[in-house]
Design a protein around this ligand. Structure first.
Ligand code: RBF
Ligand code: MG
Length: 202
């Protein structure tokens, strides 16, 4: 049983080991909006194939649904408006009013390679019926960026996905995940991915 009251400050070995690094490129779409409004921790929601890709990559080696860390880079969409609109899995139907800006108002500082924590699973606290993959980029963005491009590299696993007795307990654990991610990424064999060719302009 995972003990959330006695968590290590750092995750994984000193050098990323298989199946890491896991590289991926996709687009950001709108979720329920709970990350920002309910938790104060906004997440970039990814299409369902991103969830499948991570679970497949960690199958048999790691822990499946859970919390991961690495680096991410957000950029204005390179797709044409028509291509974006044809991707039904990016603009999921949701009842709230969401503005798709496709990352057009991202500032230069928002487009750097930034540390991230990633949640892959069913969000048991919210009783989601569909699995999801979402990334919280550890950075203060000025605007939302629905429809933007996102590139990310997953470098390790932090903990399994948990259910919680309160929202505050979930927020505490996410804040601890952020600390663990930052400490884990300080190690040179992890930090070097910030400069990886994968993140260079095409
Ligand atoms: N949801 C859960 O139900 N259980 C978790 O253990 C959990 N851990 C998370 C860890 C991180 C780093 C992040 C960014 C999210 C986590 N969530 C978890 C997902 C959270 O419920 C979700 O981001 C919001 O519901 C918005 O979609
Ligand atoms: Mg979200």
């Amino acid at each position: 049983m995972y003990d959330r009251t006695n968590r290590p400050d750092i995750a994984g070995p000193n050098t990323p080991a298989a199946p890491y690094p896991i590289f991926s490129s996709t687009q950001v779409f709108a979720g329920f909006g709970r990350g920002s409004s309910d938790l104060g921790i906004p997440t970039a929601n990814l299409p369902e194939d991103s969830f499948n890709k991570i679970l497949k990559a960690v199958a048999g080696v790691d822990h499946g649904m859970g919390i991961y860390f690495g680096y991410a880079k957000i950029a204005p969409s390179t797709l044409s408006e028509r291509e974006i609109l044809s991707r039904a899995d990016i603009e999921v139907p949701c009842d709230r009013n969401v503005e798709y800006t496709y990352g057009r108002n991202l500032r230069p500082e928002d487009q750097q390679v930034l540390p991230m924590v990633m949640s892959v699973g069913l969000n048991p606290f919210y009783h989601n019926t569909k699995p999801s993959a979402e990334i919280h980029v550890i950075h203060k963005f000025a605007n939302t960026f629905y429809g933007a491009d996102i590139k990310y590299v997953v470098l390790g696993h932090i903990r399994p996905e948990l259910d919680y007795i309160s929202k505050e307990a979930l927020i505490d654990d996410i804040n601890f995940d952020i600390k663990v991610a930052l400490a884990s990424l300080k190690r040179p064999a992890y930090a070097k991915y910030e400069k990886d060719d994968f993140f260079r302009e095409p």
